[in-house]
Design a protein around this ligand. Structure first.
Ligand code: ZN
Ligand code: ZN
Length: 183
């Protein structure tokens, strides 16, 4: 169980960073900015506005490039399609969300009909909630696995931020852009 959780945590964890060139509005320098770690964004998920966590600065004049980073994500990622596998994983997850409680409810109903248990057994329905968590984990794990592959053979995806409700990534090895969605 522990090794499974380690594997799960390693898979779903993403690497914050910044690996796209930006043009500095302060001095006009164009290039890879200096990445200075990341901070939570309090205005997270405000509509379709990009949410950038990376703290980036111009390597020439040290100017802040936060707004440039947001513009870059807004410019590049709307054209990037969420992979079909991603959509299929979400569909299977939502189906599971309906199936698990209905199977439990069905068993309960049958149990009451057959006199297997008394009404207190309805508490068992709460048990179905316990089965939702593994479904959520499986969904997040499968989506995270999409980041473990890249056409270049050396996947090294950096998490750039959010665009709407999708996560935006760029492979440091080949520059491929990837957009993923969970719930
Ligand atoms: Zn600059
Ligand atoms: Zn790549």
């Amino acid at each position: 169980m522990r090794s499974f959780l380690n594997k799960y945590n390693a898979a779903v964890r993403h690497t914050h960073g910044w690996n796209l060139e930006l043009t500095c509005p302060h001095c006009g320098h164009r290039g890879l900015p200096r990445y200075e770690g990341w901070m939570p964004d309090i205005a997270e998920n405000a509509g379709d506005r990009p949410t950038i966590y990376a703290k980036v600065a111009c390597t020439r004049c040290n100017g802040r490039l936060h707004d440039e980073a947001g513009r870059k994500v807004a410019e590049l990622f709307p054209e990037v399609q969420v992979p079909e596998q991603n959509a299929a994983i979400l569909k299977a997850f939502i189906l599971g969300l309906f199936i698990v409680p209905s199977v439990f409810a069905g068993m309960l109903f049958l149990g009451v009909q057959m006199g297997w248990w008394r009404y207190s057994a309805f508490a068992i329905l709460a048990l179905s909630a316990v089965f939702i968590q593994p479904l959520v984990m499986r969904m997040r794990y499968q989506i995270a696995l999409l980041r473990s592959r890249c056409d270049c053979g050396q996947p090294n995806y950096v998490f750039l931020g959010l665009l709407g409700r999708t996560s935006c990534y760029c492979c440091s090895t080949c520059g491929r852009l990837l957009r993923l969605r969970d719930l």
